[in-house]
Design a protein around this ligand. Structure first.
Ligand SMILES: Cc1cc2nc3c(=O)[nH]c(=O)nc-3n(C[C@H](O)[C@H](O)[C@H](O)COP(=O)(O)OP(=O)(O)OC[C@H]3O[C@@H](n4cnc5c(N)ncnc54)[C@H](O)[C@@H]3O)c2cc1C
Length: 165
């Protein structure tokens, strides 16, 4: 059975996710890319993965960087998600800080810094495995969601979160 890629995208798009911006430093500048392919892989060791399109400018950057960060966005950061998905947002202020060797977005819901572990073949994407070496999370804020090609938010407020640095 041959599956139309558009049908595949419409179907897999029914899997609701959070939204992240992956950040890494290419040695000259910080690069960011919106991604929702984040998966937590292992607790011992602490591993997560993100899939990056081989055609994305982020692919060679994250493949070469020793560290990268996964920034989990809040509902009020939809413009940031759009920007780092290639839709430039005028007058958007983007601030980075440094955490454990990687650039992180200022004021996201959470950030996880990874040491790049392995790059695996994932068809037209590369699968980037990272070992989590630092994390930071906010005590307030709601997650930005993505469902069926649209940004969404929780219908009910989330319970109070415990912050971590
Ligand atoms: C919800 C969602 C989830 C997605 N998930 C994935 C995924 O998991 N994997 C995947 O491969 N693609 C994913 N994409 C698509 C991906 O975000 C876009 O294709 C993106 O444009 C690819 O980025 P790029 O690395 O080619 O760089 P570009 O398109 O060149 O960069 C993206 C944007 O970020 C800006 N930018 C980069 N660095 C900085 C900086 N330091 N300061 C300010 N602006 C900067 C650029 O100006 C550009 O506008 C997703 C898109 C969406 C909307």
């Amino acid at each position: 059975m041959t599956i139309d890629p558009r049908e595949y995208r419409a179907t897999i798009g029914l899997f609701a996710t959070g939204v992240t911006v992956i950040t890494a430093d290419d040695g000259k500048q910080v690069r960011g890319m919106t991604a929702n392919s984040l998966t937590s892989v292992s607790l011992d060791p602490l591993l997560l993965l993100v899939c990056v399109d081989r055609k994305a400018r982020m692919a060679p950057v994250i493949s070469a960087a020793t560290h990268f960060a996964v920034n989990i966005l809040r509902t009020d950061q939809e413009a940031i998600a759009r920007h780092f998905a290639g839709r430039l947002q005028p007058d958007l202020e983007i601030l980075f800080t440094e955490l454990a060797g990687a650039p992180v977005l200022h004021d996201s819901l959470a950030a996880l810094v990874c040491r790049r572990d392995r790059i695996l073949d994932g068809g037209d994407h590369v699968i980037v495995l990272g070992q989590v070496v630092a994390l930071r999370r906010s005590s307030k804020g709601e997650p930005l969601l993505y469902f069926a090609g649209s940004y969404r938010q929780l219908a009910e407020p989330s319970p109070t979160l415990a912050a971590a640095d």
